[in-house]
Design a protein around this ligand. Structure first.
Ligand SMILES: [Fe+2]
Ligand SMILES: [Fe+2]
Length: 193
C-alpha cells in the first residue's frame, strides 16, 4: 500500500546523513517540476525521488552482502565498483521490507545510477532529476542545458547525459555499465526513427 510505503520510507530518510537527505529533497523538487512538464503523476514522481537513494550511504562491502541476500546478480563492473549497487539494493529492500509493489517505481529506483533500456517515463524522470540536483552543477557543467532539454523531452535529455558521461568514461579508460550502453543504444534508435 502506497501510504505504508511512504511511512516506512520516511523513517528510512530520517535516519540518513543530513547532506544525503538534503540531496534527496532537492531531487524531489526537480522531479515534481519535471512531472508537471511531462504529465506524470506528481505523487509517483515524488515517491521515486524520495526512494532513489535510500541505500546511498551504505558502504560498498555491505552493498555486496545485501545484494547476495536479496538474490541480485552482481556483474563484474558492479563487483569492481559496488557503489553502483545502491539503486538495486535500495529497490530490493523497499520491495522486500517496505511494501514497494509498483514495478515502475521499483525500476526507477533500481536503475537510477546506470539507466536501463526498459525505463519508462517515470524512471527517466527520476534518473534525470537526480543529475539535475543544483548542487551537482560542478560535476555536470552542462547541467543548465540538460535541465532545459529535460523539460522538453526526457528521451533527448537522457541520451545527451548518457552520451556525455560515456564519452568521459571511455576517455579515462574506465568501465561502462552494460545497462548504460543498452539504454543509450535504445534511445539512439528510438530518436532516429
Ligand atoms: Fe544514487
Ligand atoms: Fe541521488
Amino acid at each position: 500500500m502506497a501510504d505504508e510505503l511512504l511511512v516506512r520510507l520516511q523513517s528510512r530518510l530520517d535516519a540518513l546523513p543530513d547532506g544525503l537527505q538534503a540531496h534527496i529533497y532537492r531531487v524531489r523538487d526537480v522531479a515534481l517540476e519535471l512531472a508537471v512538464s511531462h504529465g506524470i503523476e506528481p505523487a509517483r514522481a515524488e515517491l521515486g525521488a524520495l526512494a532513489h537513494d535510500v541505500c546511498r550511504a551504505v558502504p560498498g562491502e555491505e552493498l555486496l552482502k545485501m545484494s547476495a541476500e536479496l538474490g541480485l546478480d552482481v556483474s563484474d563492473v558492479e563487483a569492481d565498483f559496488p557503489l553502483l549497487l545502491h539503486g538495486p539494493v535500495g529497490a530490493g529492500l523497499l520491495e522486500r521490507d517496505d511494501g514497494l509493489s509498483d514495478h515502475s517505481l521499483y525500476e526507477a529506483v533500481r536503475w537510477h545510477s546506470t539507466s536501463h533500456a526498459s525505463l519508462d517515463p517515470l524512471g527517466k524522470l527520476v534518473f534525470l532529476a537526480d543529475k539535475l540536483d543544483p548542487q551537482k552543477a560542478a560535476v555536470y557543467p552542462y547541467q543548465a542545458k540538460l535541465h532545459d532539454m529535460a523539460r522538453e523531452s526526457l528521451d533527448v535529455a537522457l541520451l545527451e547525459f548518457l552520451s556525455r558521461e560515456m564519452a568521459l568514461r571511455l576517455e579515462r579508460g574506465e568501465t561502462v555499465h552494460p545497462a548504460s550502453v543498452d539504454a543509450r543504444n535504445s534511445l539512439v534508435l528510438k530518436l532516429r526513427s
